[in-house]
Ligand binder design. Structure first.
Ligand SMILES: [Zn+2]
Ligand SMILES: [Zn+2]
Length: 257
């Protein structure tokens, strides 16, 4: 059975030992493009769909190489999905011929089709590819940002993307029993609450408060997007807050079944 999620990158920082955000939903489908090549096990020309949660660099940084690497033999178009604002900014600031060629105008050498197809989605639109569905939902970050409910059959998980305090995420978790896992960001230690507020990220203390909104106890909760300089402090803090202990919140492992 295919894994519901394989982690290609889950750190809030790019360092010698950590890569930024990218998840493999299946061989053809990724969420975010922060760290693909180090961990993706097949030929990256098999990747046909990339769902971008928002335009920040830690979520898009390997997109240019995803299309460039293996270009001469690529047979499948690369579909880049995002909110309208995200797509606009990726086109305007990345594939603009100044930073990187506009591959949406360059045909594949193998089939003659456009190599990149940009696709806009809206919040709450369900996109189905094969036996996987993705439902983007609105979170609270400094640019328009989508979290995702990912489902395969009756198994589902919710990924927050980058967010500060939010109501909708917890409503969705409370009302969708097929969601078995919550994968939620925690970027900074609780001492950095002011930085978290202005950059719209969570801390362990904020997640502890957010968890008062969760009415279910049958979910597993994992954190990701930890800034490397905050990692040790955040791990310690997981055992310091009541709700984090009650829900047994853990750091995200490499795979979710
Ligand atoms: Zn961000
Ligand atoms: Zn981020």
């Amino acid at each position: 059975m295919e894994k519901l999620l394989t982690v290609l990158g889950a750190s809030g920082s790019k360092t010698k030992t950590t890569g930024t955000i990218s998840f493999q939903v299946d061989k053809h489908i990724l969420i975010d493009a922060g760290n693909i090549f180090e961990k993706y096990e097949c030929d990256t020309n098999q990747i046909e769909y990339v769902f971008i949660s928002h335009s920040h660099f830690d979520h898009i940084l390997e997109l240019p190489f995803l299309i460039e690497n293996g270009f001469t033999t690529r047979r499948k178009q690369l579909h880049i999905y995002g909110l309208p604002e995200t797509i606009t900014h990726i086109k305007q600031f990345m594939f603009n011929d100044y930073i990187w060629p506009d591959f949406s105008l360059i045909p594949l050498l193998t089939t003659g089709e456009k190599s990149i197809v940009f696709k806009e989605f809206n919040f709450d639109e369900v996109i189905t590819i094969g036996n996987v569905s993705l439902r983007p939902f609105k979170v609270n970050h400094i640019v328009p940002t989508a979290g995702f409910i990912v489902k395969r059959g009756n198994r589902g998980l919710l990924i927050s993307s980058d967010t500060y305090k939010t109501e909708l995420l917890w409503e969705l978790a409370n009302n969708n029993p097929e969601i078995k896992y919550i994968v939620i960001e925690v970027s900074f230690e609780s001492m950095l609450s002011r930085l978290a507020e202005v950059s719209k990220h969570l801390t362990p203390k904020l997640l502890d408060e957010e968890l008062n909104k969760l009415k279910r106890t049958d979910l597993e909760i994992f954190i990701y997007h930890v800034k490397e300089s905050s990692f040790a402090k955040i791990i310690n803090e997981l055992s310091e807050f009541e709700n984090l202990k009650k829900f047994n919140v853990k750091i995200l492992p490499k795979e979710l079944i």
